[in-house]
Design a protein around this ligand. Sequence first.
Ligand code: P6P
Length: 341
Amino acid sequence: MAEKRRFMTLGRHIEEGEREHPGATGDFSGLLSDISIAVKLIWREVNKAGLINILGSANRTNESGDEVKKLDQFANETIRKAMDHQGHLCVMASEESNGLIKIPDRYQKGKYVLVFDPLDGSSNIDANVSIGSIFGIFRRVTPSGPGAVEDCLQPGYKMVAAAYVIYGSSTIFVYCTGEGVHGFTLDPSVGEFLLSHKSMRIPKRGRTYSINEGYYSRWEDGIKEYLRYIKEDDPSTGRPYSSRYIGSLVADFHRNLLYGGIFMYPCDKLHPNGKLRLLYEVAPLAFIVEHAGGRASDGVKRILATKPESLHQRTPVFMGSEEDVMEAERFLSGVAAFEST
Ligand code: P6P
C-alpha cells in the first residue's frame, strides 16, 4: 500500500526537528518560523510588484554599489522588522545594509546571528525573472549583550542553518539545519509552505553549466580551458554540456540543485575578487549544496572554510555537482589541461 502522503507544513517540520533535540529551547525553531513569515510577506509584494508602484529603482545604490530596487528595500525592511524583537538574535547583517543591523536596546538579545540577502537578483525584478532571498544562521561568538561584527564574520562551516527562497513560477523555501536539505512549496490558497522536496540530493554530475560568457575575454586561461573542454562534442562523456544562465543566483542555483550542473562566477579583470558576496550569498548556498552531496569552492579552497574579513567581501565561486566542480578545479590548477593534451 503506497504510504499515505503526509500533509507536512514547514512549521511542523521545524517543530519535529526540534523534538529530535531534547535540549532544544525552541529558540532556533522560533527563528526559522519567523524567517518563514517574513518571506511570505515578501512573496506577497513580489507577486504584485507589477501592479503597484514598487517596481523601478529606489534611486540609490547599496554597499556593493548595486542599484537598489524598491522591492529589495522593502524586503530588507520586512526581514529586519520581523526578526529584531523576538529575542532570538543578537545582531544581523544584510546585503542592503552598509553596517551591522543592531537589535534595538529595548529588545532581548538572543544567541543567534542572521546574515541575509533579502532579494537577490533584484536587477531582474522588472523583467519578471525569478529572484530569491538567501539566509545564513550562526551561533554568536561574543558572550552576551549586543552582537558585534565578529559574530557575523564566521566561516561558513560554523553555520547552524541556511535557507533560500525562490520566488518563481511557484515559491519554494529550501532549508537545511545540518540534517538534510528539504524544500517546501507555498500553497497560496492556505498561506502554508508544504513539503514538496524531501531530502534533496544533487546529482554527482550534471550536464549543464551556468556562467556569464560575456566576460570570456577577462577570464584566466584555466577557466577558458574548462569551458572549451565541456563544450567538446564527446557524447560518451555527456559532452557538450548545455549552457543555462538566468543571471539570478538563486534561480541558477536551484536548477543545478535539482538537476545537477555547475554554477560559476569566477574572478575576472572587472571583478578581481569575483562578484558574489561570501557571507550572505555564497556561504549559505555552499552549506546547502554540501549537505545535498555537492561541492562549493573558490576554485581552490572550500567556500565553507573561508573566514570573511568584512561583511560585504566578495569571492569567486564554483558550486554544484561534486564531480563537475572537482573537474573545474583541476583545470584551474592546470592539471586537467595537461592531462587532456
Ligand atoms: P552578471 C544579480 O545581480 C546577481 O547578484 C546574482 O543574482 C547573479 O548570479 C549575478 O549577479 C549575475 O551577475 O554579472 O552575470 O549580471
